[in-house]
Design a protein around this ligand. Sequence first.
Ligand code: KG4
Length: 359
Amino acid sequence: MSNQTTASHQLRPSLTGENGGGVIILGIESSCDDTSAAVIRDGVLLSNVTASQAVHEAYGGVVPELASRAHQQNIVPVVDQALKRAGVTKEELSAIAFTRGPGLMGSLLVGVSFAKGLAASLGIPMIDVNHLQGHVLAHFIKESADDSSAPPFPFLCLLVSGGNSQIVLVKAYNDMQIIGQTIDDAAGEAIDKCSKVMGLGYPGGPVIDRLARQGNPDAYHFSKPAIPGYDYSFSGLKTSFLYNLRDWLKDDPDFIEHHKEDLAASLEKTIVDILMNKLRRAAKDLKIKHVAVAGGVSANTGLREAFKDHARRYGWTIYIPKFSYTTDNAAMIAITGAFKYADKDFCPMEAPAYSRVAL
Ligand code: KG4
């Protein structure tokens, strides 16, 4: 993915290979704190196994050194399970797709090194995958051969995770343009930080989501950014949340306990409003009615409801991923690998991991 539009081969190549089938791709994802492996045959998902790392909960965020150690412990059993569940042996693999970046370097290195070792021992090609491109292409994961729920090109994708908040114009599987992005914090990062301030633990997204269902979204108002174009900003909201909370706690030391549902609902509403306002403007300006959402924050109930509401009000056709494909997973890496395999877009053995996007 880049800020520039690049020439594309085909919008969506055939994934069954030249000789009528049998293309089997192993995908490996290890960019942050989930070790995941998935197997795809001819574009259809056979298995997707993820080991999450609970070790970070005690620290209120991902500890990079602990994440890479846990990946080292998890990678062999996770890949083994993915192959077993798929009913595939490693000798049957056509290629190995792996997340090359962006992400935590120590985490990435585990997956990248494992992919290199396995590909070299089997004598098969390696396919490097941009993690963000993988999130967008999660919409092309098929659980059966007759699954036709993928969006047509071009479509817009709101990519919202702990590290990113972007509006992506997707013209082809390999032709994506970031038309708006956060200039500071990501949406998930803002949710996680506000949750931490409330003493609700890490990651904050799922607990804020659960509490918000029981609260009043109009109980409190937090500042919204005035940023030009399609870009986002969430650091002002985070500060506004913190300062308001500090004042309320002066009057009532148990304010959070008494009002956590309303606080969560109001925070969620503010973030969803900020995200949807820019996305709506982009869809209108570009005259695009096919709109998708991807990334960890796309699991959020309020955001999903806002998408359904926009579909009703503005005639959008919306694409919301299954929960298992919202947070980091290898199925999205494997499907991206399958597209690249069809284009023979392989990477050399010496390809390094990259912590930031440099495409
Ligand atoms: O995509 P992801 O798994 O990891 C990366 O950042 O790449 O996204 C994780 C983010 C975290 O900030 C987490 O709090 C948020 O997704 N998240 C949610 C929900 N589930 C996860 N945010 C809001 N509501 C949720 N239900």
